[in-house]
Ligand binder design. Structure first.
Ligand SMILES: [Mn+2]
Length: 245
């Protein structure tokens, strides 16, 4: 019997060293607060955690500090802003500073990690470059045993697979994956779509000023045996006292 899972999903945090950096940090710390408050089983960060690859050490240390507050398995993929190129910030990172619960999926051809306690597997590809030839869903594996089958992909969802844009994710690929849940990143607004048995979702962005909604938000996902996956857009309430600090 597969157990129930509560998943926290964020993407496109865009941590940076710029003048709005403190607002973005505040937003990410609220995401982490929510992971703890909601007692999530799994935390997924679906690309563009960083706004660019030239990131200062104190921002990197901030990420270690925040992720060290989390105890559940945490899985990260890179996005186009923090992609796996020669200058990649992610290549310079060592997430063991945050704890052994953090996994960066750093294989260009895709990597699937099993979490036996969660009855789950999580798969994702590491983006080398954001190009027409980059296919975030290429090589997605089929379900393994009787485990929750979860995917992560950073790219642009389009109905038409012939669209000339980089890093496409198509309805056909989503349906063929058979994932119970596909955690997407790239688009800065919350959006959900079902294709076949798969719920795919953009969580929306944590920092309100980077998105299109009045609040920053994230996705909270429930996987329940025998039911379709369910995700909600969870607004992150800005605390005015903390924001002034
Ligand atoms: Mn992106």
């Amino acid at each position: 019997m597969i157990r129930q899972l509560r998943i926290a999903h964020t993407s496109d945090v865009h941590l940076n060293d710029e003048s709005d950096g403190h607002r973005v940090r505040e937003a990410f710390s609220m995401v982490v607060d929510t992971v703890l408050e909601q007692e999530c089983d799994l935390f997924l960060i679906a690309g563009d955690l960083f706004d660019q690859n030239h990131i200062k050490k104190n921002t990197i240390d901030f990420v270690y500090e925040q992720l060290s507050r989390v105890s559940c398995p945490t899985v990260i993929i890179v996005g186009n802003h923090d992609c796996w190129d020669a200058d990649s910030v992610m290549k310079r990172m060592d997430f063991s500073h945050a704890g052994s619960h953090v996994t960066l999926l750093d294989q260009a051809s895709g990597q699937q990690v099993a979490f036996p306690d969660l009855h789950a597997t999580v798969w994702g590809r590491c983006m080398l470059d954001h190009s027409l030839s980059n296919k975030p869903m290429a090589g997605a594996p089929s379900r393994k045993d009787n485990l929750w089958h979860i995917g992560m992909a950073h790219g642009l969802y389009v109905e038409d697979p012939d669209t000339a844009r980089s890093s496409l994710i198509t309805p056909q690929e989503i349906e063929a994956s058979g994932f119970d849940y596909l955690a997407m990143g790239h688009v800065h607004a919350h959006r959900q779509m079902f294709h076949g048995e798969t719920l795919a979702c953009y969580p929306g962005v944590a920092a309100a000023h980077m998105g299109t909604q009045p609040h920053g938000c994230m996705a909270m996902v429930e996987l329940t045996p025998g039911k379709k996956a369910k995700a909600v857009c969870l607004p992150l309430k800005q605390d005015p006292v903390r924001l002034r600090a």
